[in-house]
Write a protein that binds this ligand. Sequence first.
Ligand SMILES: Cc1cc2nc3c(=O)[nH]c(=O)nc-3n(C[C@H](O)[C@H](O)[C@H](O)COP(=O)(O)OP(=O)(O)OC[C@H]3O[C@@H](n4cnc5c(N)ncnc54)[C@H](O)[C@@H]3O)c2cc1C
Length: 381
Amino acid sequence: MNFELSETQLLIRDTARKFAREVVAPKARQTDREEIFPAEAYRQMGELGLLGVNVPAEYGGAEAGVVSYALAVIELAAACASTSVGMCVTNMCAELICQFGSEAQKKRFVPKLCSGEAIAGSFALSEAHAGSDPGAGSTNAVKKGDRWVINGSKQWITSGAYAGVMVVWARTSNAGNKGLSCFLVEQGTPGLTIGKAEDKMGLRGSNTVPLVFENMEVGEDRLLGREGDGFKLAMVALDGGRVGIASQACGVGRAAIEASVRYAKDRHAFGQPIGDFQALRFMLADMTTQQQTAELLTFRAASMKEKKQPFTREASMAKLYASEMSNRVCDHAVQIHGGYGYIDEFPVERYLRDARVQTIYEGTSEIQRIVIAREVIKAAG
Ligand SMILES: Cc1cc2nc3c(=O)[nH]c(=O)nc-3n(C[C@H](O)[C@H](O)[C@H](O)COP(=O)(O)OP(=O)(O)OC[C@H]3O[C@@H](n4cnc5c(N)ncnc54)[C@H](O)[C@@H]3O)c2cc1C
């Protein structure tokens, strides 16, 4: 077991850290308060290789592996989770197209995603009545000649109003999960309407919209993978996506701890720094231990994915633990800040609001427990 980072991993982490601290963090409060979609940051991240960290260089990626990707997400999330969530989805779309796309699809779409030309990628799976249970989705695609005609709608799609490239799931037959297929759609396709952006509790700089498809036509060359393989593609993408969200949770948790330590040293009560009180020290000890545990779980899942080992259980464990850790840690951070924790003069109220969704998207905590239990029982034979 080697806990040392490679030169490539250090380079990616340090590049992401510098960009996150110098460019993203100073704008994070405004990004959140004024709901500014970080399009410019994505263009710059494209130049730095952060939109295709685990994507082959021949398609415009950094080809730096999954552990590097996790390290980069942690840095961006510690600065601004509104920015890192779009980064995660863009990386996820680029990887999915690389894994299942035809050569023509890879050449057409992946460099646009990795360079930032597409601004972002969107992953359009959830529907208003089908989130945890995507197999119940009713958006449908009907073949007419050499075109697919897509009708239906999607809900809560990250970066949906800005993404140049979208991966969209639609039903091509009534065969349950085996009736889902996956399509590549470009922004501006006739028949695609972007709904009103959601007014969210957190991640307010991220764009979350419904998508409506009314007789939206795409060519048959836009089918990603084989007809009927959509559910499989979604599950593969979500395994990797969970490593991204676990990393995001680790980054937000780390930022909350750093802010808490600073505050505990500065703030005085009863004639001494509040950091001298054992009650707060124990809180900081637990917060740090739990955040580091989450990082270890996340890096293990990332490393297994990188080595092409099965990692479904490990990704779900990392996502479950890290997202719940992040909520606990951010809650403690607000407590340590007292009244100042509840107002926007300090960043911890934003961290807490941003952390909240992490136990919900990319599979709720309940769904992660279902996945983990299924894998544990399966492994026992
Ligand atoms: C900010 C934000 C961004 C998002 N971005 C995207 C995106 O980019 N693309 C996308 O496709 N989706 C996205 N989503 C949707 C997200 O993935 C879903 O909200 C999530 O999967 C949960 O689905 P649901 O909301 O329909 O909840 P439901 O499935 O209705 O679940 C409601 C509750 O029931 C529980 N539950 C459901 N089934 C079970 C079960 N079998 N056993 C036990 N408990 C169960 C859940 O855990 C939850 O507590 C986003 C959501 C948000 C809030």
